[in-house]
Design a protein around this ligand. Structure first.
Ligand code: AMP
Length: 440
């Protein structure tokens, strides 16, 4: 199937071509035709599936005809990063159309946002809180709105935004086309969809299944050894860019500082940063200035950086769905990616849940050499970072040991709580149906 079958306006089709898209992704070929017909839609798709284009392209197509300089489409997003990213994406796809979008979120001045909207933006991308501030103050109105998109609705619910969404709905015309996109379907979102969508088409893309192009590798390691193991992985893997997840904001910050001390180009993204700092971190990571981004789940949700080669779960995610969201940052749009997960003894239940979701076992490298990491080589006081295995002899400058990859369940039963010396390049991973070396 190709994009020509959608019969987009030539200026939109030109943008699709210049983005290098050759064929629609599954969510696109399922969702775009009914949306172009004006149907309401419930799209079950996670980030990384191409869902943004699935609503942005039909919005642009609709807005090519009809009045200009009025807000005719509103996209509501749960985070500033997602809002900013969607706004930028619209800018790219609408470049030749004369249509424009304005972005609205808290933490930055209001006047610029109002000016852009009053200046004639046809599309508004907004986070709920700030949007309500503007609407309550009468800064602009949405009386001419034709299309409403609620993006990442499940995340909106997680963040407690549903009451705000219900209030926003009072400001928009009843007669409109509404699209809801959500990676999961909690009851609250199901009810919302039932209430606000009219005879919707439901489109589901591999519900909660991670992209098949990602290899999943599990390292059994307890907290004291994680940083040294991470350092080893970074050194021995050809990372184009890596997104590292920590559980807490504090850890994201301190780990980034620690990695910086080791000489890596690294930045962090966590909720305590000012909007300007967050944007700088994100822009720096997107442009390649920083090769590594350390982030918390909230901060990283929806990040769209197309060339993330590795996701590292430095701390285990809280749910199997979060694992899918995190690892969905790599292997996007048919590229291959690696997901490395550090798990301690207490994480075995979560690993089972994740593996059930994946439909397969994660790879567990079988490590044959257990050297002792010295303070000088790791830069971390050994007593702070390691539990040392008593049975192992001390080795100075050990040669990289070979690591074999255990197949499904092949290494079950082994439990090691220290980072081992190994050569990650010897890890053989299955990506996109073929065997692939990490260093390839
Ligand atoms: P999204 O799920 O919307 O965040 O999109 C994930 C990534 O896929 C973005 O970098 C898009 O630019 C890219 N993408 C979207 N549609 C296509 C397509 N049809 N072909 C290739 N890449 C795409």
């Amino acid at each position: 199937m190709s994009f020509t079958s959608f019969h987009f306006h030539e200026k939109i089709a030109a943008a699709v071509t210049s983005c290098g898209y050759t064929s629609p992704t599954p969510i696109q070929y399922k969702a775009i035709p009914p949306v172009l017909e004006g149907r309401d839609l419930l799209g079950l798709a996670q980030t990384g599936t191409g869902k943004t284009a699935a609503f942005v392209l039909p919005i642009l197509q609709r807005l090519m005809t009809g009045p200009r300089k009025k807000v005719r489409a509103l996209i509501v997003a749960p985070t500033r990063e997602l809002a900013e990213q969607t706004h930028e994406y619209i800018g790219k796809m609408a470049e030749q159309t004369g249509l424009s979008s304005a972005v609205v979120y808290g933490g930055v001045g209001k006047q610029g946002q109002i000016g852009k909207i009053r200046g004639g933006a046809e599309i508004v991308v907004a986070c709920p809180g700030r949007l309500l501030d503007h609407l309550d103050a009468g800064a602009f109105n949405l009386s001419k709105l034709e299309m409403l998109v609620l993006d990442e609705a499940d995340h909106m619910f997680d963040k407690g935004f549903l009451p705000a969404i219900r209030r926003i709905l009072k400001y928009v015309p009843k007669q409109r086309q509404t699209l809801i996109f959500s990676a999961t379907m909690p009851n609250e979102i199901r009810h919302l969809a039932e209430n606000i969508l009219q005879s919707p088409v439901t489109v589901q893309i591999d519900h909660d299944l991670p992209a098949p192009t990602i290899s999943h590798v599990l390292f059994q390691v307890e907290q004291p050894g994680k940083t040294a193991l991470l350092k080893r992985i970074i050194e021995q893997t050809e990372m184009v860019s890596a997104l590292i997840f920590t559980r807490t904001k504090h850890k994201a910050k301190t780990l980034a500082l620690q990695l910086e001390k080791f000489g890596y180009s690294v930045t962090s993204l966590q909720g305590n940063l000012s909007q300007q700092k967050r944007q700088q971190a994100l822009d720096g990571f997107k442009s390649g200035k920083y090769k590594i981004l350390v982030a918390t789940d909230i901060a990283a949700r929806g990040i769209d950086v197309s060339r993330i080669s590795h996701v590292v779960n430095y701390d285990m995610p809280d749910t199997a769905e979060t694992y899918t969201h995190r690892t969905g940052r790599t292997g996007r749009a048919c590229r291959t990616g690696e997901a490395f997960t550090f798990a301690g003894r207490e994480d075995s239940r979560m690993i089972s849940l994740i593996e059930r979701n994946l439909g397969k076992k994660m790879q567990r490298p079988t490590l044959t050499d257990i050297p002792q990491e010295s303070k000088s080589s790791a830069g971390i006081p050994a007593e702070m970072e390691y539990e040392r295995p008593r049975q192992v002899q001390k080795k100075r400058n050990p040669a990289p040991a070979r690591a074999r990859t255990a197949g499904a369940g092949g290494d079950r039963g082994r439990r090691r709580s220290v980072p081992f010396d190994f050569d990650v390049r010897n890890l053989s991973t299955v990506a996109g149906g073929r065997r692939k070396s990490v260093a390839e």
